[in-house]
Ligand binder design. Structure first.
Ligand SMILES: [Zn+2]
Ligand SMILES: [Zn+2]
Length: 633
């Protein structure tokens, strides 16, 4: 073990910053020996018992060690403040090896909302270990949180394991003490019932979700010499569908590895939960595994298909985001949320390929793919937020829109667009335009492969975390232009940094397809009804860019008469169908029981459905481009 320099009392913000920088540099030269002990003696309490053992260096100047709980964890960008579930924090010196003894508690001070400081004190024999322990409450089955109950322990380390400040990059070990009869599995399991693991650093420890239960199953398949584990923990009936899940997953893996080439790992674990509780649903990507939680039972109608849809997305992340990553995504500062302009690439383009790959894998036909893509287009183009927020700005807003809890009311439903569908439709347009521009010589597939090669495989390692370096928004734009064989900056200006819709018609036309738009209603008013109110039409939501908003209507108003007619949620569409855009309609309504009137000038259609149709006169070249796009060859 090497010596390392002492900590100095923090005096000022500037001092703190300089200290953090200098300590980070020093700490990299002087790793600590860190081991995590995880126990769960009372599963019903939902309390994990964590002990972090640190072999104290022989440095008299070292007075304390800081332990910190992350505010968030990678893959979900909202801030959750995991420290809120930490309790009973203690520290003591360990007994010498092989001896059973009692040692006095050391002083632990809470420094801030996420940090605890253990004072090392004066008694410190050579090679003694500090045992820092706490309990953490966990009762959510999720890709981000953790759950301990009588059925299982499902663990995402980011909300269970504190890291040592300035030592996140040090190697760590993990030893799990599971209840009798429970079995441990994760994406780093090398042998059956393995309970001890080594990780190159804390980031990889927490990138390894772990399942511990008496009754999960493990099926295997191999593709290109790599082993794939399909671990399933079912809380409901499977209906004999597990073999089909394994068989179809293999098709997805084959389709995706055909695009990227063989992945970097030897073994990968799909960790599935069929929660069967009607609400737990999630998917989270990791380096050598994915955690997928479905709210139903595998036997349920459409559950197999929905599970494969989630898996096709998560497996694509093996390359896009887990290894090829925006520069801001790792290593992370867990004292503040990550800010990146690249989530429309990392998540949105992954969403696009998750869908396309199910067609390439033979699980979907053309009609199913087209209908999924047009659903995504409708979601984006029908949302008022897409006219206000660009793909890059949506990425930067991730901490607010990625399942973030809001105690304060927000206008995000009207003012934001998710980078998932937005990135998907931008990626789709880019792919088809590149295929057309290069006469099929290149595609977005080629862009992604070149990005992976240049920034992950070939760039010198920028940090202790993973190979290569992260890419910037400018790097991505540059590679797109290179692959497309011409300047694409105008596309990025308008459709990535700007809010103009992608050129769908032009994109689909490259492949001999027609993009057809149909209005959902002939006129627009811009309100939806509260369905629980049957007497009058009670406004449940209102578009800010609509005729109703312009006329001064508000959410909660109860419309008693519309152009002299009774108006309810039931006859809404029928009454509106009598009018055309530009018609001016007198409206009476109740606001807080007070009768009021206004006049609404009905607008042109604002909501559309979309369809992709074959152009029977498509050229042979366009048809060939379409076949390559759909089949990946
Ligand atoms: Zn489980
Ligand atoms: Zn994703």
């Amino acid at each position: 073990m090497k010596r390392f320099k002492s900590f100095i009392a923090r005096t000022s913000v500037l001092g703190l910053l300089l200290l953090a920088l200098s300590m980070a540099a020093l700490a990299q030269d002087h790793p600590l020996q860190i081991k995590y002990w995880l126990a769960m003696s009372q599963p019903g309490s939902h309390l994990f018992e964590v002990t972090i053992e640190v072999i104290a260096p022989r440095d008299e100047k070292l007075k304390s060690l800081d332990f910190q709980m992350p505010k968030w964890s990678p893959g979900r960008y909202a801030v959750f403040d995991f420290a809120k579930n930490v309790q009973e924090v203690k520290a003591r010196e360990a007994c010498p090896a092989g001896l059973d003894c009692t040692t006095p508690n050391l002083t632990v001070t809470r420094v801030d909302d996420q940090t605890w400081r253990a004072e090392l004190g004066s008694f410190r024999p050579a090679g003694a270990s500090l045992m820092f322990s706490y309990k953490v409450f966990a009762n959510d089955l999720s890709g981000t949180f953790s759950q301990l109950d009588a059925r299982h322990a499902n663990l995402n380390g980011g909300n269970v394991f504190m890291y040592l400040v300035n030592h996140k990059q040090d190697p760590v070990a993990l030893s799990i003490n599971a209840p009798k009869g429970w079995h441990i599995v994760n994406g780093r399991t090398e042998k059956k019932d393995q309970s001890d693991f080594q990780f190159p650093n804390w980031d990889i420890l927490t990138d390894t979700p772990t399942e511990i239960a008496p009754d999960w199953t493990d099926d295997e398949f191999r593709v290109d010499g790599k082993t794939y584990h399909v671990v399933v923990h079912s809380m409901g009936k499977e209906g004999g569908k597990r073999p089909a899940l394994v068989r179809d997953l293999e098709k997805v893996v084959r389709a995706e590895t055909a695009m990227w080439g063989p992945p970097e790992f030897d073994s990968y674990t799909f960790l599935f939960h069929f929660a069967n509780d009607g609400h737990s649903g999630d998917g989270m990507e990791h380096l050598t595994s994915t955690q997928i939680i479905m709210p139903g039972a595998l036997a349920d109608k459409d559950m197999l298909e929905e599970t494969l849809d989630a898996a096709a997305h998560e497996f694509f992340h093996v390359w896009n985001v887990k290894r090829l990553r925006p520069i801001e995504l790792g290593p992370w500062d867990f004292t503040r949320p990550a800010n990146t302009r690249g989530l429309w690439i990392a998540e949105g383009i992954t969403n696009y390929y998750g869908h396309l790959m199910q067609r390439r894998a033979g699980l979907w036909n053309d009609a199913k793919l087209f209908s999924e893509l047009t659903d995504q287009i409708a979601e984006v183009e029908n949302s008022p937020g897409s006219k206000l927020m660009s793909a890059e700005e949506s990425s930067l807003s991730a901490p607010f829109i990625d399942d973030a809890p809001h105690a304060q009311q927000t206008n995000l439903a009207n003012a934001s667009v998710s980078y998932y569908p937005k990135g998907e439709v931008v990626g789709l347009a880019l792919d088809l335009l590149i295929r057309g521009k290069t006469h099929g010589k290149a595609s977005l597939d080629e862009v992604m492969r070149r990005m992976y090669e240049e920034f992950y495989l070939k760039s010198p390692n920028a940090s202790y975390y993973l190979r290569g370096r992260g890419y910037t928004a400018e790097d991505f734009e540059k590679i797109v232009s290179q692959v497309a064989g011409g300047e694409m900056s105008d596309f990025f200006k308008r459709h990535v940094r700007g809010v103009e819709p992608p050129p769908y018609e032009e994109a689909f036309a490259q492949l001999g397809l027609r993009f057809v738009r149909t209005a959902r209603a002939p006129v627009t008013i811009g309100i939806t009804a509260d369905e629980s109110e049957i007497v009058n039409f009670k406004v449940a939501s209102l578009r800010p860019d609509s005729p109703a908003a312009a006329a001064g209507l508000q959410v909660g108003d109860a419309i008693t008469s519309f152009g002299g007619n009774r108006f309810t949620s039931a006859n809404f569409s029928k009454v509106l169908a009598r009018y055309k855009p530009g018609d001016r309609v007198q409206v009476s309504f109740l606001r807080n029981a007070r009768p009021m009137t206004t006049a609404i000038t009905l607008g042109p259609p604002l909501l559309f459905d979309y369809k992709i149709e074959e152009n029977p006169n498509a050229s042979a070249e366009a048809r060939a481009l379409r076949a390559t796009w759909l089949n990946g060859k």
